[in-house]
Design a binder for this molecule. Structure first.
Ligand SMILES: Cc1cc2nc3c(=O)[nH]c(=O)nc-3n(C[C@H](O)[C@H](O)[C@H](O)COP(=O)(O)OP(=O)(O)OC[C@H]3O[C@@H](n4cnc5c(N)ncnc54)[C@H](O)[C@@H]3O)c2cc1C
Length: 392
């Protein structure tokens, strides 16, 4: 029997696991190579983790289609129905409501580890998917009908398609000789999980202060994830504060609408960088998710873009497979790159504009705030923005 796999996916994060689930569900023979351990079970009463993502409508649909959504417990997902953005004074603002698009909600905030665990639970149900943990690629040899991927444990995998889903520092991307364009925004984000006095409403909001945005992502009940962007120096100084001093600093700096904070439950900080692969495909190889692009997290779209990559790539690869064509051939891969690169470039451009307008010189910031106030009154423009953010 031919031992050539239909696909090898490197990286079992949320995006790689979504690709593996889609291909496995279509009856393809797939190996998922993950450098770390398989995701552990999360007890119902475990505290919320710091890494939280917004899943838009398109991402949620993908999770439903690959059979993973039902593994995300209701107690650990928080629907949101409004998105608001304001200037530093909060006088000028824009509000988007799901009801305006006749939708029940915009999406859900869910911990990354819960999404990942749900996808792996689904993978365990798919007989065509093999997971290989604590392993990574050391060499990739492209070929005419298949390529060879050598792993650090000595195994050699023959496959029609390699999918690089191994995150921002992708080794697969390096093995394929794909360069990136990088930019450091000179900002750092402090992420905290807090317990609030009031239950968090079904709204996610962002305030554009001159040093950088401040954002509130609601979590179920009296919990929220706060993101506070600033210079690296200021962020690292805040991160070093004790819990009580940090609680007071947040109450002081964040808008009054947050209400009182009872406790700071966790904290971490990240440098804010952009990274974009110069190409998404090579013969028999495609990049998805953060391996292909890392964008400014201010609009919470990084994972959503990755999920759209997963959807676009698997749709094209499965179509080729079902029509007895080569799933790692030229047609599905170039089609994928042509579909996804312009979408990512558009999102990067939008994030650049937000970043430069709202952290730029005072006249630019005022122009940005005025623009927000005008856009609030333009129903057509608002709808277009909403549809884009939903991945529709
Ligand atoms: C502060 C912050 C806030 C964010 N908020 C949001 C948000 O609200 N909404 C949103 O949509 N996005 C958000 N993002 C972005 C989002 O977190 C990422 O886009 C997403 O996690 C990328 O998923 P991924 O599966 O592509 O990569 P990763 O999550 O990085 O997964 C990569 C996987 O590959 C594995 N791996 C790595 N190297 C190897 C190797 N050599 N061999 C084998 N396996 C390997 C890793 O162990 C991991 O499992 C945020 C990002 C930041 C920094």
């Amino acid at each position: 029997m031919d031992d050539t796999l239909d696909a090898v996916i490197v990286g079992g994060g949320m995006v790689g696991a979504a690709v593996a689930a889609a291909l496995g569900q279509a009856g393809m023979r797939v190996a998922l190579v993950e450098g770390g351990a398989p995701p552990a079970a999360i007890p119902d009463d475990a505290p919320f983790d710091l890494r939280v993502s917004s899943l838009n409508l398109a991402s949620r649909r993908l999770l439903e289609e690959v059979g993973a959504w039902s593994f995300i417990p209701e107690s650990r997902r928080c629907p949101f129905r409004h998105i608001e953005a304001s200037d530093a004074t909060e006088k000028r603002h824009i509000r988007f409501s799901a009801v305006d698009l006749e939708l029940p909600d915009f999406g859900f905030f869910v911990e990354n580890r819960v999404i990942r665990r749900a996808l792996w639970q689904r993978l365990a149900e798919l007989p065509g998917v093999t997971t290989l943990c604590h392993a990574g690629p050391v060499a990739w040899v492209p070929g005419g009908h298949r390529s060879l991927l050598e792993l650090d444990d000595g195994r050699m995998l023959a496959t029609r398609l390699v999918v690089g889903a191994d995150g921002a520092g992708s080794h697969t991307r390096e093995l394929a000789g794909i360069a990136t364009r990088d930019e450091d925004y000179g900002q750092r984000a402090l992420i905290t999980n807090v317990r609030t006095r009031l239950p968090q409403q079904d709204v996610s909001w962002q305030r554009f202060a001159p040093q950088g945005p401040q954002a509130m992502l609601p979590l179920p009940g009296h919990y929220a994830s706060l993101i506070w962007y600033d210079t690296a120096e200021a962020t690292l100084a805040r991160e070093a504060l004790d819990d009580e001093a940090l609680r007071l600093a947040i109450e002081h700096a964040f808008p009054a609408r947050l209400g009182g904070i009872e406790a700071v439950l966790g904290r971490a900080s990240f440098p804010i960088r952009r990274r974009h692969a110069e190409r998404y495909v090579r013969p028999r190889l495609a990049l998805v998710g953060d391996a292909a692009h890392v964008i400014h997290p201010l609009a919470g779209q990084g994972l959503n873009l990755g999920m759209q990559d997963a959807e676009a790539l698997s749709r094209r690869v499965i179509t080729a497979f079902r029509s007895q064509q080569d799933p790692g051939g030229r047609a599905p891969l170039t089609g994928y790159a042509r579909e996804r690169r312009p979408q990512t470039l558009a999102m990067i451009a939008a994030m650049e504009t937000f970043h430069h307008v709202f952290t730029g010189a005072a006249p630019l910031r005022h122009a940005g705030a005025a623009g927000m106030a005008v856009a609030e009154r333009l129903e057509g423009a608002k709808r277009a923005v909403m549809r884009h953010a939903l991945g529709l």
